[in-house]
Design a binder for this molecule. Sequence first.
Ligand code: CUA
Length: 344
Amino acid sequence: MEKRSYGKHFIIVAVIILITAVITIVGLGRVRWMAAPATTQAHSVDALLGIELVAIGFLFALVMVFMLYSVVAFRRRNGEETDGDHFEGNTKLEITWTVLPLITVLILAVLGARGLAQATGAQADEVAVRVTAFSWGFTFGYPELGIDATPVLYLPVDQPIVLDMNSVDTDVIHDFWVPEFRVKQDLVPGVPTQLRITPNKIGSYKVLCDELCGTGHTNMQARVEVVSSSDFDAWVAEQQPSTDPAEMAKLGEELVASQGCAACHNVTGDPGGIGPTWKGLFGHEVELADGTTATADEAYIHESIVDPLAQVVTGYQPIMPASYGDVLTDQQIDYIVEYIKTLH
Ligand code: CUA
């Protein structure tokens, strides 16, 4: 059988691959994959993603163009009855398609390891912030500033932060992820973990739990505020315990929103909630599942939060998580009680 030359085909294919690769890579580069980065740690993550998109764009062009070109150029034409050329092995080609991907993967591995070292390495003048996860939410503490547990993560811009993370749950893993920060870290029961960030852009962000952890997973979020250092100092000053009932009730309302209480307890008085409504609760008699009654005073509401199964209201399932006593400080529970008092 005469040997055919494929040189012409290879030149055409190479040109089409080049054009397709450039179009694909430019197109991928224009897609807004994630919100703009907001930490110094994000740089190495985004740089690596950029390199990977170039490799992906090229590989896509290589595979698609070779395949589609072959389908068109080497299709069986009318009256053609012979078999195609038979190839058996091609050592050069096999070495090429083994060595090139190997080198590419090794380069990505080295870049990835370097990026990981940069993103997780200790920083100078770090400030520690405690992150506590529970089913289903987050609280934040600032041991160096005497702030115990706040529902919103306030961070001063350009300040290196080390997040010391813990979970009060015993049976599920949560995950701290702010997409704009790029880095993320699991919160594992009994295993303290750390995450390092230096927020470099003032703005509002959201912590999302990125580990499927139960029915409240999709609502397991918390607000992050990256603020100027003077705004941060002002916020720290505001965190001193409040004794003014109106202000306490307002802080309580914020806690209720951030701790997910509204998922089960409404404040409108509508029947059919998962837990009892809070409207008109304070000061009234409630019927308990054991047939007795109790007055919904401060002590009753406090106990219902820290030990929810002690006095279950009749007609409701005993399903409230028992972790709020670990998550909320007594001060914060007082705020919530003060808020419930306002719901006549
Ligand atoms: Cu916690 Cu998902």
